[in-house]
Design a binder for this molecule. Sequence first.
Ligand code: PYC
Length: 397
Amino acid sequence: MSRMWQVHELRDRYDAVIIGGGAHGLCCAYYLASEHGINNVAVLEKRYIGSGGSGRNTAIVRSNYLTPAGVRFYDASLKLYERMAVELDINVMLSQRGHITLAHNDISLRTMRRRAEVNRLQGVESRLILPDEIKQLCPVLDVSDRPRYPIIGALYHPPGGIIRHDAVVWGYAHQADAHGVHIHQMTEVTGIEVSGAKVTGVKTNRGQIKTETVLNATAGWCSTISAMAGLRLPVITSPLQAAVTEPLKPFLDVVVVSGSLHVYVSQSDRGELVMGASVDPFPSYSSRGSLDFAESLASHIIELMPGLQRVRLMRQWAGIVDMTPDYSPIMGFTPVEGFFVDVGWGTYGFKASPIAGKMLAECIATKRTPDLITPFSLSRFNEFDLMGEAGAASVGH
Ligand code: PYC
């Protein structure tokens, strides 16, 4: 049986080095090699591929954002997800089962209405729905006036859904490898060499690499890696926890989100409820679960779906997320020549992997910022041209 990707000796020179072996970094490597003919590429991962945010998220895909630029960007990502199984020749188990974001008060209903309008103007299917239709889509939700936060409406986004996140990582790794990319696991970056404001190399626990091009595609460690190149990022790093229940018979075939109650839940093909909440209330690099999280998550889920009272939690974990002040990522060039970033992905990075990787590959290969990612450049923080997406994040932060 052939391996999905090979093990290689570290070369002493690569045309591009990508730091971070998650879906973003692997996808960028794949497009560099397959679309731009840049094959002498290394992806460096300090643990195993997909061990960071790519393997710890709740696998939700959607494009119902708030800003026109955000909607266009995430919609392009969803379109790549739609053809991913064919492009990468792997079953990524995409299930576009629909995504509903509940509104519990007039203010959130107004934001939903605005999102629905912006989405439709960008050609993305989204509309406001009322409790009768919500009940039809998701019979387990309590749409009565009993709950402390009654459900008064929702934003319904039919193309949203879930996907098998590990398969996305494996698919990109396999195809990147098939195009000549070297994937180096257990390879930790310990320094970045910069001379005259230009990148010249990368130091790792396995030796030195000479290169003029480095992409920081890390989540949780983006400030640490950028600092190695002398670059300070406007990012705060915090844990984001998630949990799964014991497996249940299939009953939930939409993704349900409540921003006010800080929860999102879907049912995996194994029957488990996959659930998450907002980021932990203090910055940290810890990936431990907490009892506070489990208690508040459970009480909020039961508030929405009282029938789940006896369901048992099976497992909980955390990922580390890097949040920018405007809840949008940072992609593209930096003041250090040859040092590119694909960072600041907060709680929305996984769903953007295909388009972020593709756009960063184009940016690196052509030395031009593609139009789709121009609004997400680092320079926006100097130009006061922020991309406020807080209203479209799944949960409050
Ligand atoms: O942005 O859809 C989202 C999301 C789900 C879980 C965390 N973020």
